[in-house]
Design a protein. Structure first.
Length: 733
């Protein structure tokens, strides 16, 4: 629960400064009951000048725009006097009506203006400049705005957030209220993502029985969506029936009829693989189908290999004064020999050298290319390695909000990327949805090069695109497995390869760049981690870029408990550090934080430059630059992209002094500390430990119990997922 006090504001809207029709976000000027002029901001779809607001929220102080009222919830009413009606019509809320036309309407019809527009549009045609067609167009626009207003009021009545309104109206039009009343479980799907149990309570309000088709179908879709978020592209039908039955608390026989019904409606897709019938969400089956089709197209793409390619590579290597191994050479030349190719290998095996040489060889051959990686830190690292600009995949594909409140890409089949090659580093992180979007955005002649470590954790999203392509054996791939002499001097590199091979590294050596610190208790391990980060590593090694990577979020050595401890050690309270509270979490100037969900509409700027943009994504890590306690505003820099959070928006952030191994993918840190004491058995997996260890560049410290580390090293693979990409690639070969 929020632990800050909401204030109440009664006011009249005088002007709309900014609005986003897709998300409902609005900035408006208002006049209070005391005649003060203020700015209000928040999700207020279809708000118009002249309306009365009764809002709850908090006052904030924006560094550029000054004092504002950030709205959490509100009630609104249409103006009922002539001046208010004029303001509303003149504000641009109704298409086809400007200030002059608004004045004519109000002069003619007075306080009946809204009634005339709604019910007697032909009467408008008696006014100068309004044809009958325009009159009906004005009516449609007015009624649409009214439908959105009614929808917001309906949501407020049922304790649902107002930002649901725009995507609901875009999806269901004027039938949105009826759609929610008939099937409130539609709010469990994207972009709403409401919890099934919460919607059960709403369904009770609408008299929907617990054994209704609507609820049982929703349980199936909810479980498919939940498992999609956990990486599974499909679920065996028998298992789906079982878990859906548990969720809905009904017999399995009640769920069984939902499967063919949802299939007929096009909501799910069923397929038989061997002796197993499986179910996909329709979107997941579409992603997988695109991946199969486009990978097959690229594999069979006729390519032109430049003349004298090998001699050009030789002269390039000679000019740089380096040599490459036979497999590195094969990997570099392989980029030119196929429409799609893979370069994979562990740390110290020369992926970086091969990547840079491939880019320089493309330039030498006159080919154009684009460089990309799944995360901001990975893209920044690729930029430094290649000394050329690399982009995040979201930025490369020009991600933006869609009209339903989700995400879409401006780049696609009708607006493809303009390059001969697209090279993606850290490709093991690519989930199936991003893979499908990327493949669709390639021109017919564009070749795709994927670079990554197949032995790391699978992506956070659905599928395991990179590993499935590699394991299929159908895509030209080179696995770099020779550890170069320079890398052999690093215990981090050598021990990472031991872990990946299922061998326990020597934990008692404690020399070089790999250390183990034994702890007898979880509390002792946590205190040791804090001491290492706050004192011992900076004092002994002079390293400040330190990241704690945990197997789990829970328990004393999980991210949640450690972040509280580390904040107190690394960034304690001080008079010059403002702080704000969100629930039990305190955000303080200087804190390291992470964005916890995709926010495609969040605007950012780069200080000292004119560059503006939007979109802060799940997993982006930043630092709190400032906390304005009076204005209740937190300013965060995400690798130079600066954005502000009101106190009401702080639930998008969490501390990142300690992060999970999954969240660390694609990043590299000078020093990494890994607490391994106790965590759920399902997380005691080899590739989780391997992924965490390989994030360290100069220093790695394990803290905890040898037996836990041994369990992880000798375990199987984490993240096994239901996916048919490899099977389908082979079937289509």
């Amino acid at each position: 629960m929020e632990q800050f006090e909401l204030e109440r504001l009664r006011c009249r809207v005088t002007a709309i400064v900014y609005k986003n029709d897709d998300t409902g976000y609005c900035v408006a000027r208002v006049k209070t009951e005391d005649d003060d002029i203020l700015t209000v901001v928040g999700n207020m779809p279809a708000l118009g000048a002249g309306e009365q607001l009764d809002a709850e929220g908090v006052f904030i102080s924006h560094p550029q725009y000054g004092r504002q009222f950030s709205v959490r919830s509100y009630e609104r009413s249409m103006p009922d006097d002539a001046s208010g009606i004029f303001e509303y019509l003149a504000s641009g809320m109704v298409k086809g009506i400007g200030a002059k036309t608004a004045q004519l309407i109000v002069q003619k019809f007075g306080t009946r203006a809204f009634e005339v527009i709604s019910n007697e549009p032909e009467t408008l045609a008696t006014l100068r400049g309004i044809s009958l067609d325009k009159a009906y167009s004005i009516q449609r626009s007015f009624l649409q705005a009214g439908a959105l207003r009614a929808l917001v009021e309906f949501l407020a009545l049922h304790r649902l957030p107002p930002h649901y309104a725009s995507p609901l109206l875009n999806r269901y039009g004027g039938d949105a209220i009826e759609a929610v009343t008939h099937d409130p479980y539609l709010l469990c799907s994207e972009p709403f993502s409401a919890a099934f149990g919460d919607i059960d309570l709403l369904a009770d309000d609408f008299g929907i029985e617990r054994d209704s088709q609507v609820r049982l179908d929703a349980a199936v879709l909810y479980e498919l969506g939940f498992n999609l978020q956990n990486g599974h592209v499909f679920i065996p039908t028998s298992k789906l029936i079982s878990v859906s039955s548990d969720l809905a608390k009904v017999p399995e026989s009640s769920i069984e009829d939902s499967i063919p019904r949802l299939e007929k409606a096009g909501r799910i897709v069923r397929r038989d693989y061997s002796d197993t019938n499986v179910c996909y969400l329709a979107c997941a089956y579409r992603w997988e189908t695109v991946a199969v089709r486009e990978t097959g197209r690229l594999k069979n793409l006729p390519v032109h290999v430049p003349k004298n390619l090998e001699s050009r590579l030789d002269s390039l290597m000679e000019a740089r004064g380096i040599s490459c191994s036979g497999k590195q050479r094969q990997a570099i030349l392989g980029c030119f020999g196929s429409g799609v190719s893979i370069i994979t290998g562990g740390p110290g095996t020369g992926k970086t050298t091969a990547l840079l040489a491939a880019v320089e060889l493309m330039e030498k051959c006159g080919s154009t290319y684009l460089l990309a990686a799944p995360t901001g830190r990975a893209a920044d690292r690729m930029t430094k390695i290649c000394r050329r600009q690399a982009y995040t995949l979201h930025r490369l594909l020009e991600a933006c909000p869609d009209e339903l409140g989700g995400m879409t890409f401006r780049r696609g089949a009708s607006n493809p990327l303009d390059a001969d090659f697209v090279i993606v580093d850290e490709a093991s992180m690519i989930d199936l949805s991003i893979a499908a979007a990327l493949l669709l955005a390639l021109k017919p002649h564009t070749r795709l090069v994927l670079v990554g470590d197949a032995d790391q954790l699978p992506p956070v999203g659905a599928g395991r695109f990179f590993k499935d392509l590699l394991d299929s054996g159908l895509v030209p791939a080179v696995r770099l497995d020779e550890i170069f002499r320079q890398a052999q001097q690093s215990d981090i590199v050598m021990n990472a390869h031991m872990i990946n091979s299922g061998e326990l590294p020597p934990l008692s050596r404690n020399t070089g760049d790999f250390y183990f610190s034994r702890a007898r208790t979880a509390q002792g391990a946590a205190q040791a981690v804090a001491e290492l980060v706050a004192v011992r590593i900076p004092d002994r090694f002079g390293i400040s870029d330190i990241q704690i990577i945990c197997p789990s979020r829970r328990n004393i050595c999980g991210t949640e408990e450690l972040n509280v401890l580390l904040q107190s050690r690394l960034n304690p309270p001080a008079q010059d550090k403002g702080e704000l509270k969100c629930g039990r979490v305190i955000f303080r100037k200087g804190d390291k934080v992470m964005q916890t969900r995709n926010n495609y509409d969040r605007s950012w700027y780069i200080r000292g430059e004119k560059q503006l943009g939007s979109g802060i994504y799940n997993g982006d890590t930043g630092v709190i630059l400032d906390v304005d306690t009076r204005g209740k505003l937190v300013t965060v820099s995400f690798d130079g992209r600066v954005t502000e959070y009101s106190q009401l928006e702080l639930d998008e952030l969490e501390h990142a002094f300690a992060i999970t191994a999954h969240k660390s993918q694609g990043s590299e840190y000078s020093a990494v500390v890994i607490p391994v004491f106790d965590c759920p058995t399902r997380l005691l997996m080899r590739n989780l430990l391997y992924t965490a260890v390989t994030r360290a560049k100069d220093l790695l410290v394990l803290v905890g119990r040898e037996d836990m580390i041994e369990t992880m090293v000798h375990s199987g693979e984490a993240g096994k997922r239901y996916s048919a990409l490899k099977r389908r690639l082979k079937a289509d070969a």
